[in-house]
Design a protein around this ligand. Sequence first.
Ligand code: FAS
Ligand code: PHB
Length: 394
Amino acid sequence: MKPLRTQVGIVGAGPAGLMLSHLLHLHGIESVVIETRSRAYVEQRVRAGVLEHGTAELLEQTGVDTRMRREGLVHHGIALRFLGQDHRIDMTELTGGRSITVYGQQEVVKDLITARLSAGGVILFDVDDVVTHDVTSQLPMLSFTHAGERVELRCDYIAGCDGFHGVCRAAIPEAVQNVYERVYPYAWLGILARAKPASDELIYSYHPRGFALLSMRSTEISRLYLQVPPDEALSDWSDDRIWQELHRRLDTERGFALHEGPILERGVTGMRSFVVEPMQYGRLFLAGDAAHIVPPTGAKGMNLAIADVFALSRALSAFYRGQGSTALENYSATALARVWRAEHFSWWMTSMLHQLPDGDPFQQKLQLAQLSYVVSSRAAATSLAENYVGLPLV
Ligand code: FAS
Ligand code: PHB
């Protein structure tokens, strides 16, 4: 048994865990990150693609923005496409200068790993059998196997950043947990293709056959999504079928030249809303997908993880500076206020843009009325814009 000691034990090397370790380091607080997967795996895992204004600013303010500023695409608007017409939402104009940056989550992960290791940070990859211990004591512990050796890591605090399928949420007794959940009757089939994006900005397309999204990763790589049934088998979708359906759902009255190309990555992602309250128990704090999930329609998942750890890092910094533990005690309430705002926005965008399985005509009329209102009312467009670019970090 190998004993280790640190101030904050962080479970998970995704955006939440890595950003937390980076922020704590800048506050002079030591942490150890433990991750089940390999470095290569976490750095190639294709997931989110949109950074909120505040997320991009935080990367810049904390010195991990060089590649993002070089390779990321700053966008000032998105298009809502319905009834064969495009309607641009000028988010920068509506929000007084805020924008989004299109930059893959795996790139953020790479940049944060590089920053942590360059600063002498400790990230243990390929760990197994992680167990939380004594989370209500003054000295909680993480035990795990690493390089064939069982390790006991004593910490002042544990941050559960291990995603929806991690182990940390279970450290909160079920009798203490309040779970809120909604599973949607559809999923997203997503592809990454070596094809020049057919639009400079993202296009959210409402279509009777189902929702489609045109996004991108660079001027040469397209990221595209199709609404499919929740239990859809990827094997039922040939390349031709994928492109044909994308052409149909993204077409407009004037015609739309969607560029095809080799599909580099594909996958089906289920859609759910999920929140566990509280996001803390004893000296365990949950952040990111370990505590909440949003449907990806609002591009909130990764950004919410960053917002959680921004709040947690400030609370831990206050404690270690001798300013007491009030901010730590209030972490869950602070984080949940933003979580529920993002949960609502993600549910609202998802409900407005996706077809119900039964093709309910009343629902379709409501959706078209909502879309028409959003693109014709400055107040409604401003509400969408300020939620999409992200509210200021607190
Ligand atoms: P993550 O899941 O990213 O990271 C958790 C880490 O903990 C992982 O590296 C995992 O290997 C590790 N881990 C798990 N169990 C562990 C254990 N027991 N011990 C140690 N480590 C452990 N969001 C968007 O905004 N837009 C999108 O398009 C989008 N697409 C997505 C597609 C998929 C398939 C998935 C699953 C999610 C998608 N998301 C998207 C949401 C996603 O980006 C998350 O919100 C984001 O990864 C959250 O970051 P973390 O909280 O760090 O969790
Ligand atoms: C992406 O580029 O992966 C992306 C963009 C916007 C979304 C979801 C995913 O709402």
